[in-house]
Design a protein around this ligand. Structure first.
Ligand code: MN
Length: 284
């Protein structure tokens, strides 16, 4: 006997912001895999780094049983690809954050397997309360942990962009992992720091609560971050758990706006779907 499939509905939006010429963020969404990557490095290397890293992680979409070992192997492959990016003489080297979540089963119970490297963030909105699931790998987070900065001060600190872990760094990448059970009506938010530097967690929560549709929520968050200054690239992925929690069957994700006649069919290439995003300047 099989229970209902887990059904996820998602939306995504990305924008270069007001001050940056290039959008160095990328995202991967669909088939139970939701990531944001924020690239860094001169000569547009950051744009390449974030895209390559997520391309290297995209086989997660075809893994029947995801666990941290599978992710670690793919992260190692992603690391190789990012380290191989040519940044030219005097180049700072390419790097990228990676954060997000994959649907993973334990004893046939579906969980979010959260993965984080760097200072992009994953949040969970549950029963009206927004909690940051990922812990930033950043200098300012270390100062917050030490009691030397408040969260509010960290958002505006001059060294807020300095990450302590990332793909492409000299160290072997060491992502954080965390399992959280999937709960019906929970909403996942994955975003780059271009969102969180502009909007407080309280404002982000309000926008998520005000927009039941995940694409509307993602687009609105990006628009508000641009209106608030848009000092960095902004990328937002919003995912709703719409039915089937507790199911034992395979996971199906249904991107809203992907006009497929049979909604049980997962469209290939759904990660490049841009329908409904109301902002220009998306990557690809
Ligand atoms: Mn950024």
């Amino acid at each position: 006997m099989t229970a209902a499939e887990v059904v996820l509905s998602w939306g995504a939006a990305t924008h270069e912001g007001r001050r940056r010429r290039v959008n160095e963020d990328s995202y991967l969404a669909g088939d139970g895999v939701f990531f944001v990557a924020d690239g860094m490095g001169g000569h547009d290397a950051g744009e390449v780094a974030s895209a390559l890293a997520l391309e290297a992680l995209s086989p997660l979409r075809d893994v029947a049983r995801v666990d941290p070992d599978v992710v670690v192997d793919l992260v190692a492959a992603a690391q190789e690809r990012v380290r191989g990016i040519e940044t030219g003489p005097g180049g700072r080297g390419a790097g990228t954050t990676v954060t997000g979540a994959v649907v993973a089963y334990q004893d046939d119970v579906p969980y979010w397997l959260f993965v984080n490297l760097g200072d992009s963030r994953t949040y969970l909105l549950s029963a009206g309360t927004l909690d940051q699931v990922s812990v930033d790998h950043s200098e300012v987070q270390q100062l917050v942990d030490a009691g030397l900065l408040t969260v509010q001060e960290a958002r505006h600190h001059p060294r807020r962009n300095v990450v302590t872990r990332a793909l492409g760094a000299d160290d072997t990448p060491s992502p954080d992992f965390r399992y959280v059970p999937l709960v019906l009506d929970d909403r996942l938010l994955v975003c780059s720091d271009g969102l969180t530097v502009e909007l407080t967690d309280e404002r982000i929560a309000q926008v998520l609560l005000d927009h039941p549709d995940p694409q509307d929520a993602a687009s609105c968050l990006v628009e508000e971050a641009i209106a608030a200054g848009g000092r960095d690239n902004i990328t937002v992925v919003v995912v709703d758990v719409t039915s089937g929690v507790g199911g034992t069957d395979r996971t199906t994700t249904t991107p809203r706006g992907a006009f497929v006649p049979d909604e049980d069919t997962v469209p290939t290439g759904a990660e490049s779907w841009r329908g409904g995003a109301s902002v220009p300047g998306q990557e690809d």
